[in-house]
Every structure is written in C-alpha cells, then in structure tokens.
Design a protein around this ligand. Structure first.
Ligand code: SPQ
Length: 431
C-alpha cells in the first residue's frame, strides 16, 4: 500500500520516459532468431520485457542486459534450443502471444506459464491460427488459457483474417510465417500497431503491406542489427494527461516514439482542446521520435471510437481520467478489447474513478464520462488490481484530488514504468 500525493499545485520540467515496451520485446525476439549480434539501446528494463529476456535465455540465447543496454547473440531462425525449464511469461501478454508464434516454428516442446492475470487472458486468438499452421498446442480450455504446452515445427503458411484488430495476433502469425516455406498473410479489421513489420525490415527481412493485409515469406534470413528504442508513448500518456489537468503545469517529454499506429492519444488531446505541441521530429524511416510539450488547459468532451481505438487502446484508462476534467459528456465506444487486458479495464477504471466521485459509467464496449467533476477522497484506498496502467492512472488522479488517498498494489507499475514515481516527484519539485 502506498500513500499518494494529492492536490499537487503544479507539475513542471523535462523528463525522458523509458523505452517502448512493444519495441523492446520485439527487439529481443528478433535479435534471438536473427544471425549475429544485436545491440539494443534504451531498452525498457521493466518486468514484462525482462520476462521476454528470461524466456529466450532458457532457449539457449546469450543475452547480456546492463540497465537499458542489451546485447543479444542471435542463433538464427532454427537455432533455438528446447528449454529444460518452464518458460515464465510473468504478466506479459505480448511475451506470451509473440513467443507462441516463434515456438510454433520450432521443432521442440515447450511449456508456458504466467501470473494470475495472464491465466485469465484469452490465448485461442493465437493458438487457433497457429494450430491451423500445424503447431500442436494444448492448455486449459482447449488451449485458450495458460499453462500452455506447444510442440512446433513443419508449419504451413496461411492466409488469415483476424476477427480482432490485435498487433499480438498479427505478430504471432507473422513470426510463425517466417518459419514456413511459403507466404503468410494476415488481414485485420482495423490497423493495429506495426512495430513487428518495421522491425523485421530493420533486421533485413521483407514484409509487404497492402492496406489492412500484411504478408511475409518464409525462410528469410534475418541479420543482427543495432536497435534504438524510442520512449514509450503509452508511458508518456500519463504525464501528457497530468500536464493537461494539474493546475499551472508545463511538461516536456523528450524522445517519445511517434509511430502513427500509436499516437491516438495526441489526436484526442488536440480534439479536447489541450495545449500540446510536438517538436523535433526525427528518425522517420524506422520508428519516428519527437519531443512533446503540454500545458494545463481548459478541456472539452469528445467521442472516441472506430479506427482510433487500436491507436490508443492502452491509453483509455488515462483518457477516462482526462474526460472527468473536460466540460460535457465523453463517449468511448468500440473498445470491448479492454475487457481482456491485464484486468477488465472497463470495470477497473469505472469502479476506481467512482471512488473519487467521478461521473462515469460502463457500457458494453467502453464508457461514458460526464465532466467536469472535482475529485475528492477522504482516506480512500484505490486499487491497481495488479494492472500497471490502472495504478499509474490513479496516481495521476491523486494529483488533482482533494483529501488523502492510498494505492493498493502499487508494485504493478514496474511492469512498464519502473521509474514512474521518481518522475512524478521530479516534476512536482520544480517551480
Ligand atoms: O503485453 P500486454 O500485457 O498485452 O500489454 C498491453 C499493455 O497495456 O501494456 C495490453 F494489456 O499492451 C499490448 C497492447 O494492448 C501490447 C501490444 C503489443 O506490444 O503488440 C499490443 C496491444 O495488444 P493487442 O491485444 O491489441 O495486440
């Protein structure tokens, strides 16, 4: 349990948020199946990405991690070894699903296990298409839940129409596709984040993209390379919202990843009238990076749905808080995927923000928030429910809350942003 700082007078200063979680996972995974050495700079040394490193070490890959610097000695696409231990994915959905894609192409047996939250997250969305390609996968509920066991190898390419816009589904199939003899394609209903596609190209591979369809051919040889991981826009989002709603604030976030499949939060801030500016855009051919400045401003409600949702899916908890401080009714729809994240994020956002007096209700595929509402707490205990994004949202909520409040299970935040409370402290100390 941690006492949170409430009623913060202002947040001012410049910080660099840690490296992008999605890109850090992929850099280790592609580094492991590439030939030769990969160096990764600004790696996210959060618990999720450390789980990915641990799983690949158990398959014989030499990986040196020194803070945010990582060196992966790639074994080539057929060089992974059958693990003698169970692979523990911890709290990480990305590790579980992308790893299954790679294991589907390996002619050996492996077992995967994770924490309590992972045990509730649906895996059939990847185990079904991977089984269609030829992998033998079993687990609870016919291979839908961990613990899972997989025996891969001899895969056939597929043409797969995914029922959900999910980068994890797309990536698992594309990674398996790299280990077939033909061309694998994945078509999504709406475009999801494209870090896997960009990173396969960075490792010298070929990926074709035609609107919502992505194709890879098998047996490509990937070459080890140098990867610089941009700051995580999903982590930056907490300070973007804090800068917009805490009085008298001005925050600069340097080196933030600006991949257009991830920048929905910036569109929403602009739609709601926030004072936000993007500067110094660079590195546009691989993963674009820039600096973002945000100041306190008056906000108006908005509607969020459709193709915007995959571009901000992980930011919805903090956007819900933002909406409590906007004039009018904000509607978030088409976001039923929130129910299968680390927690059911529709339920956890609504129940926790209500404890602070927010006018928020759950719908089948999102939420409705009426603002502007002053938040109040009288010794209230809020709960991350073991979900990093819920924990950080509540710590930002505390900054604009009158009274006193504590956070249960704050340790969940280390999954994606181990220095979150340090950064909050730095910004609240500057005048
Ligand atoms: O890795 P995990 O646990 O699934 O993490 C989350 C998060 O909030 O950090 C989701 F809970 O991010 C996912 C994201 O929601 C990371 C991700 C990726 O790196 O490919 C893609 C998204 O999931 P999905 O299911 O839409 O593909």
């Amino acid at each position: 349990m941690q006492l949170l700082r409430t009623n913060v007078p202002s947040l001012r200063g410049t910080i660099q948020v840690p490296g992008d979680k999605s890109i850090s996972h992929r850099a280790v995974m592609l580094g492991a199946i590439a030939n030769g050495t990969t160096t990764i700079a600004n790696f996210l040394a959060g618990e999720d990405c450390l789980s990915t490193i641990d799983c690949f070490r158990k398959m014989g890959v030499a990986i040196t991690q020194n803070g945010t610097d990582v060196i992966v000695e790639g074994k080539g696409i057929e060089g992974l070894k059958e693990p003698t231990e169970i692979l523990n994915v911890g709290n990480s959905g990305t590790t579980t699903r992308l790893l299954l894609g790679i294991l589907a192409g390996c002619s050996f047996h492996a077992c995967l296990i994770g924490d309590e939250s992972i045990a509730k997250r649906p895996m059939a969305r990847v185990t079904k298409p991977l089984a269609m390609m030829g992998a033998r996968i079993d687990g609870r509920d016919g291979g839908n839940y961990t613990p899972l066991s997989i025996r891969g190898g001899h895969l056939q390419p597929i043409q797969y129409h995914s029922p959900v816009a999910s980068a994890q589904v797309k990536s698992a199939i594309l990674l398996a596709g790299l280990m077939t003899d033909g061309t694998t394609t994945v078509t999504e209903p709406v475009k999801s984040r494209d870090h896997t596609e960009r990173m396969v190209r960075l490792f010298g591979g070929k990926v074709d993209v035609d609107a919502l369809t992505v194709s890879v051919s098998g047996k490509q040889q990937l070459k080890g390379t140098n990867v610089y991981v941009p700051g995580d826009i999903s982590s930056a989002a907490f300070f973007l919202v804090a800068g917009a709603i805490v009085p008298d604030s001005e925050i600069v976030l340097q080196n933030v990843g600006l991949n257009p499949t991830r920048t929905g939060i910036l569109d929403v801030l602009q739609q709601m009238g926030a004072d936000v500016a993007i500067e110094n855009i660079r590195n546009e051919d691989t993963e674009p990076i820039g600096d973002i400045m945000i100041r306190t401003s008056a906000l108006k409600a908005t509607e969020i749905g459709g193709a915007l949702i995959p571009r901000l899916i992980d930011e919805i908890p903090i956007i819900a808080l933002l909406a409590t401080q906007a004039e009018g009714t904000t509607i978030i729809k088409d976001a039923a995927e929130l129910k299968v994240k680390e927690t059911n994020r529709i339920d956890t956002v609504v129940s926790e923000l209500r404890k602070l007096g927010a006018h928020i209700e759950a719908t089948e595929d999102g939420m409705i928030i009426r603002g502007k509402t002053p938040l109040k707490a009288d010794g209230v205990t809020v709960d991350s429910h073991g979900d990093h994004r819920i924990g950080m949202m509540l710590a930002v909520a505390a900054c604009i809350t009158e009274g006193t409040m504590s956070l249960n299970r704050p340790e969940a935040i280390a999954v994606s942003y181990p220095t979150f409370f340090e950064h909050l402290q730095i910004l609240s100390e500057q005048k």
